[in-house]
Design a protein around this ligand. Structure first.
Ligand code: NAG
Ligand code: NAG
Ligand code: NAG
Length: 376
């Protein structure tokens, strides 16, 4: 659709509620980090400069992907409490996250809260047959990061001045203003609005909380590579390293488990923005060639952004590109980890095989290697 056919932004009540939700959570996080913990940041100034450049939505040239290790159930939202207060009131310049469908979207109240808090409903393969890296939510994330237009044929969604925003998951299925994660549920489609162009998406590619004495990471799932390979143009990428929240919410904690522990050291490091042309340019060019070949041979029209043919999902070359891309992203996070003074990890740490045995039997609690896993 042409830009002028896209609704500019969600309704005023929705935007107001979202500002309120994001700010309340942000202020609580900030209060906890600077009132009840000993918190230090590294590289924050550079990151804030990037956010400042992105403040004007119209002027943005590209999306932003931040990617980090995942050490506690409270990482998100806690880590965003490091942003100064004035940033916390501007959801258009704050992150979209991916939250577990089976934890965050189980009822109307939670679902509304997380929608307003810019969290996308994400199915986990372990818990749902709708999970995996081709679920509709990943397409939403790709569109959020992109410039648009997203749809090849959109006569259904022509601009309509009196159009009513389907904010609160009304069963309202006009055009692309809502989307479904499982074929029957309905969520407001965040990427439908112009104000969401070139958004910021944060992702924890480990997919679950990993608490390990030596601060190693699990292998990265490949969803993150779709965000980098398929978003148009290539988003900025900022790798991050998180330490300390595992002490705030250690998986071995006892009663009261839901209470974050105060007076711990927390350290949040924002790495340098990657030179995405240099790091991902070649992979993206290969992906484009693959995509063009596939689209050229398809039945009709251009596919919707973020929707792939089965060839593009499963062909060896497509899989290979995702693997390589994911490894580059993991290395970028490892670089930030190294800056924090941690010695290089055992190279096996990045491989799926290392975790296969564990995954087959036990999904939470303490693993044989001493690490603590929380399946969120
Ligand atoms: C585009 O939409 C129109 C009207 O809904 C429909 O008649 C036409 O077949 C569609 N074209 C494609 C390529 O899907
Ligand atoms: C515009 O939206 C209103 C309310 O959603 C609807 O009643 C009306 O039919 C729409 N007009 C067009 C031309 O689609
Ligand atoms: C989709 O999710 C909704 C809400 O969780 C649920 O009621 C519905 O049964 C699900 N549909 C399928 C096909 O699983």
């Amino acid at each position: 659709m042409r830009p002028e056919e896209q609704p500019a932004s969600p309704s005023l009540p929705w935007r107001t509620s979202s500002v309120f939700t994001m700010a309340a959570v942000g202020l609580l996080s900030r209060g906890f980090l600077y009132g009840l913990s000993r918190t230090e940041t590294h590289g924050l100034d550079g990151f804030l400069k990037l956010l400042d450049e992105r403040k004007d939505v119209e002027g943005r040239q590209r999306g932003l992907v931040t990617v980090s290790n995942h050490v506690s159930v409270l990482d998100d939202p806690m880590i965003w409490g490091t942003l100064p207060i004035r940033y916390l009131f501007n959801p258009d310049n704050l992150r979209w996250g991916l939250g577990s469908y089976d934890l965050c979207f189980t009822n109307k109240v939670l679902s509304t809260f997380f929608n307003l808090g810019q969290v996308l409903p994400t199915h986990r393969s372990l818990h749902s047959r709708f999970g995996g890296l081709f679920q509709p939510t990943v397409a939403q994330a790709i569109r959020l990061l992109s410039q648009g237009p997203f749809y090849s044929n959109d006569s259904a969604t022509k601009a309509n001045k009196s159009f009513k925003s389907p904010d609160l998951s009304d069963p309202f299925t006009n055009g692309h203003l809502t989307f479904s994660t499982n074929g029957t549920d309905t969520f407001p489609s965040p990427s439908a609005y112009l104000s969401r162009r070139h958004s910021w998406v944060h992702i924890f590619p480990e997919g679950k909380v990993h608490q390990q004495e030596d601060h190693t990471m699990r292998y990265f799932k490949w969803g993150v590579s779709r965000l980098i390979l398929e978003s148009e143009p290539c988003p900025d990428v900022v790798p991050m390293w998180i330490e300390g929240p595992q002490e705030v919410m250690h998986e071995s904690r006892e009663f009261p488990r839901f209470l974050p522990r105060p007076l711990r050291d927390v350290s949040i490091t924002f790495g340098e923005k990657l030179d995405v042309e240099k790091v991902f340019g070649d992979l993206r060019a290969r992906w484009k060639r693959l995509h063009q070949r596939d689209v050229g041979s398809g039945p009709e029209g251009k596919p919707e952004m973020g929707v792939l043919s089965s060839a593009l999902k499963y062909a060896d070359e497509a899989v290979e590109l995702r693997k390589e891309c994911t490894m580059l992203i993991r290395n970028a996070v490892l670089n930030v980890r190294r800056q924090r003074g941690w010695p290089d990890e055992d190279p096996k740490g990045g491989l799926v095989e290392t975790y296969r045995e564990e995954g087959a039997r036990k999904t939470e609690g303490q693993m044989k290697d001493g690490s603590w896993i929380k399946d969120t």
